[in-house]
Design a protein around this ligand. Structure first.
Ligand code: ZN
Ligand code: ZN
Ligand code: ZN
Length: 73
C-alpha cells in the first residue's frame, strides 16, 4: 500500500523548520490502485472490494540539521 513521506527539516542554528514536498512511495502491489503494478483492467466495484483505495498513514520525519535554514544562511 503506497504512502507519502513528509520530511520537515529542523534547522537547529536558527530554529526554523522547512517542509519539503511530499514524496510518494510506491508499494508495487497489484492490489493497490496507486501502484504501477495495479492492472489497468481492474476497475469498478470489484476493484473497490479487493484493492486498497487509500494511501497508508504518511511517514513523517523531522531530521535536525546543524545549520541555518536557507532563508537565514
Ligand atoms: Zn500502493
Ligand atoms: Zn484494483
Ligand atoms: Zn531560519
Amino acid at each position: 500500500m503506497c504512502q507519502y513521506r513528509q520530511v520537515s527539516n529542523y534547522y537547529v542554528l536558527c530554529g526554523h523548520s522547512i517542509t519539503e514536498p511530499d514524496v510518494e512511495i510506491k508499494c508495487n502491489s497489484p492490489k493497490c490502485i496507486f501502484s504501477p503494478k495495479h492492472p489497468a483492467t481492474c476497475t469498478g466495484p470489484s476493484c473497490k472490494e479487493k484493492c486498497f483505495q487509500y494511501h497508508q498513514f504518511p511517514q513523517q520525519f523531522s531530521p535536525h540539521v546543524k545549520a541555518k535554514c536557507p532563508n537565514c544562511a
